[in-house]
Design a binder for this molecule. Structure first.
Ligand code: GRF
Length: 193
């Protein structure tokens, strides 16, 4: 059994999908880390019985906040960290503390449309396809090595809201799947010594 810590800042629909999906496997989510104390994801964590930590970035340096996150994670020692709508850029210090162990989901087909507005920008672009990307986190913004990408066709006349719904439901299937495979591989590697 291996564990993943999930970082989120908002609604947390991906967080919930990861928790419920991993509950059907031998793996699990050990905790939630969130930088916004009023974020709806806390309600989900409570309902699902997952330990949740609010780590404030207010009036402190990013590295101070990240040091607190590292301290909190010390109690859990997760094998992976999965960013799921975490709206903070992690510092090189943090990323290097967990080398090749931090993954992110992005609602566009990287390397196109990186950044906080990837979904909207891809919707407004001339691209024929929309989609999602799961990738390792490196020192850049949405630049790390790609693990999985999945595209979907645009539906003619589709609104941004409808496209967003389809993207989210794709995320809710693919992200838990990829995380489960990473945890499986991690465990095999541990067993092999
Ligand atoms: C998702 O679309 C994800 O791709 C992006 O942030 C959104 C988070 O949504 N990084 P939710 O909080 O999981 O509902």
């Amino acid at each position: 059994m291996a564990e993943v810590a999930v970082f989120a800042s908002g609604s947390g629909s991906n967080f919930e999908a990861i928790v419920t999906s991993l509950a059907k496997t031998e793996h699990s989510v050990c905790c939630l880390v969130c930088d916004r104390h009023e974020a709806p994801v806390f309600e989900r964590a409570k309902r699902l019985g997952i330990p949740a930590y609010h780590v404030s970035y207010f009036r402190r340096s990013r590295v101070e906040a990240e040091q607190e996150i590292i301290d909190k994670l010390g109690a859990h020692r997760p094998s992976y960290i999965a960013l799921a709508g975490f709206m903070r850029i992690l510092s090189p210090f943090f990323v290097d503390t967990f080398p090749h162990k931090i993954v992110n989901i992005h609602p566009a087909l990287l390397p196109a449309h990186p950044g906080a507005h990837g979904l909207q920008e891809s919707y407004l672009s001339d691209d024929e396809q929309l989609g999602i990307t799961i990738h390792y986190v490196d020192h850049g913004t949405d630049t790390g090595p790609i693990i999985r990408r999945q595209s979907i066709h645009r539906n003619s006349g589709e609104t941004l809201e409808t496209a967003e719904r389809r993207i989210h439901s794709l995320e809710h299937h693919l992200y838990p799947d990829v995380i489960c495979s990473l945890l499986d591989a991690y465990e095999k590697q541990q067993e092999a010594g």
